[in-house]
Design a protein around this ligand. Structure first.
Ligand SMILES: CC(=O)SCCNC(=O)CCNC(=O)[C@H](O)C(C)(C)COP(=O)(O)OP(=O)(O)OC[C@H]1O[C@@H](n2cnc3c(N)ncnc32)[C@H](O)[C@@H]1OP(=O)(O)O
Ligand SMILES: O=C([O-])CC(=O)C(=O)O
Length: 381
C-alpha cells in the first residue's frame, strides 16, 4: 500500500512548465520570468497570454489578444436576468460560481474530446477571461438594485474592471496597482483551486465548468477567501497598539491568523512584499497619508514574526491585497472575486496543459471502514 499523506503534502500531482516557486527563498516565476519583473514591466493581458501560450507575445499577438478580450467583455442579457434573481445577501463568490456555470449553458462549448485543439482552447480562454471581470463588477450594482455599468472597450483590463465597479475612470496609479495585483494573483503552481480545475478538466468537461469548480475551491477561507478575513481581522484589532495582545489571545485559543502561513513558503510570500510596497507607494503619492489598516497590519506582522516565524509562518499573498482593494473602493466580500478574475488566467493555462496530454485524475484511497459483513434487517437493528 502506498503511503497516505494528508493534504497530499509534497506529492506531485502533475508535471507543469507554467510557474515555479522556491519556498525557502521566496521566489516565484511564471514561465521563467520573476514575478517582480512582471509586476513592474508587464500588464495583465500580456501576463495572461504568457501563461496561456508559454512565451512573451509579439506586439501584434498582444494587440490581437487584447482586442478579442475587449470584444468579449459583454455578457448576454439573460445572464443579467439570472443574476438579478440571485439573493443579494449571497456571497459574491457564490454568485460568480453560479453565473460562470450558467454561462456554460449560454455559450456551449464544442465537444473537445480530441484534447489538443489549440484554437478552440484559446477561443474559450479569451471568452471566459473577458467575462469574469464583467460578472464580478455587474454584481456590485445588481445586488444593490441598480443597473450594471457596461464595460468600455477603450480601457485596458484593470482600468475597465475598476471603471465597471465605480462608473468613473480610475486614478492612473490605482489602475496600475490593480493591474500589478492581477499579475501577482494570476498563477501559483498547483494550489488547491488549480488542482480542482485540473481534476475537472481531466474529465473533458466544459471549460466554464472547469472554472466554476476552481471558483468554488478558491472561495474557502484557507485559500483565496482569506483576503476578506484579513480585512475583518484588522478591523477587529482596530489599532496597531492592540496587535500584540490580540495575537497572543488568538494563539492561546489555537486560532489561525488570516493571511499568514503557506504550504510551500517558509519565508514571506514574495507577492506579499510587492503588495506591501505598492501600499507604501500609494501612501507616499497621497502626501504621506497613513492608512490605519496598513499600520495595524504591519504591527501584527511584526508581532507574528516573533511567535510564528520559528514555524515558517509569514504573510502570504492574501495579507496586504485587501488593504489596497479597500483604497479602490472595493468592498471586502469582493476581494476574493478579484482574486478569481486574475487566477482565471492560471486555471485556463493549466486546463490547456492538462488537455495536451490528458489522463483522467483518479487517485486511490486507503480504506479504513468495516470489513465485508452481512446486511441486518431493520427489525433486527
Ligand atoms: C492564496 C492562498 O491560498 S494563500 C493561503 C491563504 N490562507 C490563509 O491565510 C489561512 C491561514 N493559513 C492557514 O490556515 C495555513 O497556513 C494554510 C492552510 C495556508 C497552509 O496549511 P498547511 O500547509 O496545512 O499548514 P499547517 O496547518 O500544517 O501549519 C503548520 C504549522 O503552522 C501553524 N500555522 C500555519 N498557519 C497558521 C496561521 N495562519 N496562524 C497560526 N498558525 C499557523 C499551524 O498551527 C501548525 O503549527 P503546529 O505545527 O504547531 O501544529
Ligand atoms: O499556492 C497555494 O497553495 C496558495 C496560494 O498562494 C495561491 O494559490 O496563490
Amino acid at each position: 500500500m502506498s503511503e497516505y499523506l494528508p493534504g497530499l503534502e509534497g506529492v506531485p500531482a502533475t508535471k507543469s512548465n507554467i510557474s515555479d516557486l522556491d519556498g525557502s527563498r521566496g521566489i516565484l516565476t511564471y514561465r521563467g520570468y520573476e514575478i517582480s519583473d512582471l509586476a513592474r514591466y508587464s500588464n495583465f493581458e500580456e501576463t495572461a497570454l504568457l501563461l496561456l501560450d508559454g512565451r512573451l507575445p509579439t506586439a501584434a499577438e498582444l494587440e490581437e489578444f487584447d482586442r478579442r478580450l475587449r470584444n468579449n467583455r459583454p455578457v448576454k442579457y439573460n445572464i443579467r436576468e439570472i443574476m438579478k434573481y440571485l439573493p443579494a445577501t449571497g456571497h459574491p463568490m457564490e454568485m460568480l460560481q453560479a453565473s460562470v456555470a450558467a454561462l456554460a449553458m449560454f455559450y456551449p462549448a464544442e465537444e473537445n474530446l480530441g484534447g489538443d485543439d489549440t484554437d478552440y482552447i484559446h477561443n474559450m480562454s479569451v471568452k471566459i477571461l473577458a467575462r469574469m471581470a464583467t460578472l464580478v463588477a455587474m454584481w456590485e450594482h445588481l445586488r444593490a438594485g441598480y443597473d450594471p455599468i457596461p464595460p468600455r472597450k477603450d480601457l485596458g483590463y484593470a482600468e475597465n474592471l475598476l471603471y465597471m465597479f465605480t462608473g468613473e475612470e480610475p486614478d492612473p496609479l490605482l489602475a496600475r496597482i490593480m493591474d500589478a495585483s492581477l499579475i501577482l494573483h494570476a498563477e501559483h503552481t498547483i494550489n488547491a483551486s488549480t488542482f480542482a480545475a485540473l481534476v475537472a478538466g481531466s474529465t473533458l468537461t466544459n471549460p466554464y465548468l472547469v472554472v466554476a469548480a476552481a471558483i468554488g475551491t478558491l472561495a474557502g477561507p484557507l485559500h483565496g477567501g482569506a483576503n476578506q478575513r484579513v480585512l475583518e481581522m484588522l478591523q477587529e484589532i482596530g489599532r496597531p497598539e492592540n496587535a500584540r495582545a490580540w495575537l497572543e489571545r488568538q494563539l492561546a485559543e489555537k486560532r489561525r491568523i488570516w493571511g499568514m502561513g503557506h504550504r510551500e513558503y517558509k519565508v514571506k510570500d514574495p507577492r506579499a512584499t510587492i503588495l506591501q510596497n505598492m501600499m507604501l507607494e500609494l501612501m507616499k503619492e497621497r502626501g504621506g497619508q497613513i492608512s490605519p489598516l496598513f499600520e495595524t497590519a504591519v504591527a501584527l506582522e511584526e508581532a507574528a514574526a516573533e511567535k510564528l516565524g520559528p514555524k515558517g509562518v509569514y504573510p502570504n499573498v492574501d495579507y496586504y491585497s485587501g488593504i489596497l482593494y479597500s483604497e479602490m473602493g472595493i468592498p471586502g466580500d469582493q476581494f476574493t472575486s478579484i482574486f478569481a478574475v486574475a487566477r482565471c488566467a492560471g486555471w485556463l493555462a493549466h486546463w490547456r496543459e492538462q488537455l495536451k496530454d490528458n489522463r483522467i485524475f483518479r487517485p486511490t484511497q486507503v480504506y479504513i471502514g468495516e470489513a465485508p459483513r452481512a446486511y441486518v434487517s431493520i427489525e433486527e437493528r
